[in-house]
Design a binder for this molecule. Structure first.
Ligand code: ZN
Length: 386
């Protein structure tokens, strides 16, 4: 028996884009001009080691210097930035007297930049900022320059940062944590290794799919979710097969950004709630965890979201087949990306599923899933994905 969720145009929302978006091939070279235009004089330049090694950082620092912006690079953090790394960044930045921050790189760079900003301006520890609006002093102005198409962090006012002790992800949000300008230059994504393109891209796809069906979605978030999905759905295999296809790279980067805007309004669902404990407990990469889970979550949500999944597929097919068809499409993307693998294949021990389910049920993001998500539901999803 299907319970279709009626489309309700009366759902209240409060929507404001806080970020200016500069999009296009070559736009990264405008970083200096844009930073100077925002009044940056001395900036903390947070970039992951991979981006530094690709040579992008030297060029960006030159461009900033030429525009009269003194930039101090910081690279001392890992792929899953945690609260301890943010504290290292704060200790590094505190004596520098910076007036601004640039986050340049994958999602880890952008999240780390935001987390350092919280600590630098408001003190304390990251766990104090869990939730939304806990900063009493506005954060320093930021520019975000993503070099992967994935998290869409440059579109969000949240720093997603792991607790250094429990390894669980914390979403720490504040209106002033949104970047002032996001520079989306697909040229920067051309050299991303295939596994990075595959995993980050699938994360963006999961964002489009989950935001399209949450209980918090609005007519505005829905517009961003659907456009994100159509761009990502059309470009994912192309960018994997032809990594230098600039048009496909552009679609992926814009798609991930639009999905990031959708998250800001709509939040996420059961796939992210179930993925986070796997990353915390087994250090499973976010994209791999989502690839193992998302098709099963879509099928599990069929009774509550089939009409929304049908809308993503551009079909009028408002039957339980819509969820199956979407799950099959996701499975073909996962296969094309080389991300196929069950939780068992990923080294997850079956005996730990109940404890993982208990953790998944505590994830804030699970509360927005269209079908009521609890410990029992999480266990069903883990078992299906096992
Ligand atoms: Zn994600």
């Amino acid at each position: 028996m299907l319970e279709f969720t009626a489309w309700c145009p009366l759902v209240p929302f409060d929507f404001q884009l806080r970020t200016r978006v500069v999009f296009g091939a070559g736009t990264a070279r405008r970083l200096g001009e844009i930073a100077a235009g925002l009044g940056f004089r001395r900036t903390l330049f947070v970039a992951d080691a991979g981006v530094r090694d690709a040579g992008y950082v030297d060029r960006a620092l030159e461009d900033l210097g030429a525009a009269g912006v003194d930039a101090v690079p910081f690279h001392d953090f890992g792929q899953n930035p945690d609260s301890a790394m943010a504290e290292v960044g704060r200790a590094f930045a505190a004596p520098l007297g910076v007036d601004s921050i640039v986050g340049f790189g994958g999602g880890s760079s952008l999240d780390c930049a935001k987390a350092i900003n919280f600590l630098l301006t408001n003190g304390g520890t990251m766990s104090q900022y869990r939730g939304y609006g806990k900063a009493s002093t506005p954060l320093l102005p930021m520019i975000g320059v993503p070099t992967t198409a994935g998290t869409g962090s440059e579109a969000q006012s949240y720093a997603v940062i792991s607790d250094a002790v429990t390894h669980m992800k914390m979403a720490c949000g504040d209106p002033s944590a949104a970047v002032k300008v996001a520079i989306l230059d697909p040229n920067l994504t051309l050299t991303a290794p295939r596994h990075v393109t595959a995993m980050a891209g699938f994360d963006a796809i999961a964002h489009a799919v989950e935001t399209a069906v949450t209980t918090r979605r609005t007519p505005v978030s829905d517009m961003f979710s659907r456009r994100a999905w159509s761009l990502l759905n059309g470009a994912y295999e192309r960018v994997l097969n032809h990594p230098t296809d600039l048009e496909a790279r552009s679609d992926m980067l814009l798609g991930s950004h639009l999905a990031g805007i959708a998250i800001e309004q709509s939040m996420l669902g059961a796939a992210h709630a179930c993925a986070n404990p796997l990353t915390a407990r087994y250090d499973l990469a976010h994209g791999l965890a989502l690839a193992a889970l998302l098709p099963h979550v879509v099928r599990w949500n069929a009774s509550a979201a089939a009409d929304r999944y049908a809308a993503l597929l551009d079909g009028g097919d408002q039957s339980d087949r819509a969820a199956d068809r979407l799950a099959e499409r996701l499975e073909s993307m996962i296969a094309a990306a080389g991300l196929r693998g069950s939780l068992r294949d990923r080294g997850v021990e079956e005996r730990t599923l109940p404890e993982l389910a208990a953790l998944a049920a505590q994830q804030w993001t699970g509360t927005f899933n269209p079908r009521t998500f609890d410990e029992g539901g999480a266990l069903e999803i883990y078992r299906a994905a096992y």
